[in-house]
Design a protein around this ligand. Structure first.
Ligand code: ZN
Length: 492
């Protein structure tokens, strides 16, 4: 066997074990009996240990240097790019530091849950300080002389630079603030009635999942507290949740996760259990979930079909017709919580977090001043003050989980979705006529052919540029939002 073949065989088993670890965590969120928690922790930690050993195994370094650069095709070159990048990052971080970070994160998440329940920011700050310090240290090790925040960001969005995101986000912010103000000065669309039963919501969730092309022979839909998608290749599962007063939460969370899951399911089968067999970055992943959820799922055409399915299932749903239903599905309302935000306001939540976490990592913002910085930025962008920490600085688990550099990928995903949507509308004729019949296949087929099938073959920006025909920029997203909500809210 050549060095390349040996490396790929080794990597295959590492990828397979990684999938097993993912399935354990799926099980923990859906099926695991409560009493199994302690044993599960030991099982996960044993598997993580094996994975860490494999990811830093010196043989990987030896194989990498034994492989000549010639005689490799583009697929092999891309496989090696991923393996080399991950190996270098894994081996730069001392094992003791990695272990300390893992321990601190599991304790700080517990502290965060308590602090959030009590609205007690000071109780959480010592743990937050510890995490910032450790992640900064880890970032410095990975950065190898480069920018520390960029090194953290690179874990979620390989190749992205904070300075580029800053320029992009800086262009988004004023137009989003202006749109938000204009929309909220208008009367709000009607809401649905209350009291939607769980069985009906789950039936419709499976129906919309299918209508968006989710392959249930290689996936499944279960209930969990927080919706997520997990797995790659031939086993990609999603979860959803139901709330009696808000069937949109169930339906659009499902469509969102179907976007993530379809990306994984539609990657070229030849890449299964290789580094190319997974979505290439968090930002590109989020572009798929958001275009399924928003540009397609919340379009006037698709909501027309969905309105008919809703009234078939539930009878009178509280709005008289498909136009009112479209307004209800795109209702912009005041709120504090990122995960509940509409398309207009969502990115403002992310931009706030991006600026604050960069300042925390750089050391220009002290954790002691974080709450004040959060509150004043929130009031500047949203126009009203935060009422309590659970609705402000303590609302997201990310920082408690050590996820610095993750937030910006949400907005990057929306920006990418804007670019892809513009190109899709140009390429696919009669798209709305299909969506109005509940047929998303021209849209999802376009995404599969132009982006999803490639998995990790191209770099994140590269695959967006290839699919949309131009370098990614915030323009298409802003134009789309202004046109859609301008029409919906009758803005001048
Ligand atoms: Zn997502």
């Amino acid at each position: 066997m050549s060095a390349y073949e040996q490396l790929m065989q080794f990597q295959h088993d590492t990828e397979a074990l990684g999938q097993v670890a993912g399935r354990l965590s799926w099980d923990q969120e859906t099926m695991m009996p409560r009493g199994a928690a302690d044993q599960r922790e030991e099982e996960v930690s044993a598997l993580e240990h094996v994975l860490h050993e494999r990811r830093t195994d010196p043989r990987v370094g030896e194989w990498l240097s034994a492989i000549g650069d010639d005689a490799l095709d583009p697929v092999q070159t891309a496989q090696l790019r991923h393996i080399r990048r991950r190996y270098e990052r894994a081996t730069r971080v001392p094992s003791a530091l990695a272990a300390r970070i893992a321990r601190t994160i599991s304790r700080s998440q517990v502290a965060w849950v308590e602090a959030r329940a009590e609205n007690d920011v000071p109780a959480f700050l010592p743990k937050l300080q510890e995490i910032v310090t450790l992640r900064r240290e880890e970032g410095a090790a990975m950065a190898d002389g480069g920018d520390v925040y960029d090194a953290l960001l690179d874990d979620y969005e390989p190749g992205a630079k904070a300075a580029d995101l800053e320029a992009m986000f800086g262009a988004l912010r004023p137009r989003l603030v202006a749109l938000r103000e204009a929309v909220l000065s208008k009367p709000m669309p009607p809401q649905l009635r209350d009291g939607f039963d769980e069985a009906g919501q789950m039936k419709l969730a499976r129906l919309v999942a299918k209508s968006f092309g989710y392959d249930l022979k290689r996936g499944r839909v279960d209930k969990a507290v927080h919706p997520f998608s997990s797995g790659s290749g031939d086993d990609v599962r999603i979860t959803t949740r139901t709330m009696p007063h808000d069937p949109f939460n169930c339906l659009y969370s499902t469509i969102h996760e179907v976007g993530h899951a379809s990306y994984e399911q539609n990657i070229d089968g030849a890449y299964r259990l290789t580094p190319l067999g997974r979505g290439v970055s968090m930002g590109v992943h989020e572009s798929q979930s958001r275009i399924y959820e928003n540009q397609l799922g919340r379009s006037r055409a698709f909501t027309g079909w969905l309105f008919a399915r809703m009234t078939e299932t539930f009878g009178d749903i509280g709005v008289p017709d498909a136009d009112a239903f479209y307004g209800a599905a795109n209702r912009v309302h005041k709120g504090y919580i990122r995960t509940e935000a509409d398309e207009v306001q969502y990115n403002l939540h992310v931009l706030l977090r991006f600026d604050l976490e960069r300042a925390l990592v750089a050391g220009s913002l002290d954790v002691a001043d974080l709450e004040e910085a959060w509150n004043s930025r929130f009031e500047a962008d949203f126009g009203y003050p935060v009422d309590k920490p659970a609705n402000g600085v303590l609302q997201d688990v990310h920082w408690a989980a050590g996820l610095f550099g993750y937030f910006p990928t949400y907005t990057l995903g929306n920006v990418y979705a804007g670019c892809l949507h513009e190109a899709m509308r140009r390429d696919v004729t009669g798209l709305d006529a299909h969506l109005a019949e509940g047929d998303t296949s021209p849209a999802t087929g376009w995404l599969r052919d132009n982006l999803q099938q490639f998995g990790g073959l191209y770099r994140p920006r590269e695959v967006i540029e290839k699919a949309s025909g131009q370098p990614p920029s915030e323009g298409p997203l802003l134009d789309y939002l202004e046109a859609k909500f301008g029409a919906l809210y009758g803005l001048g």
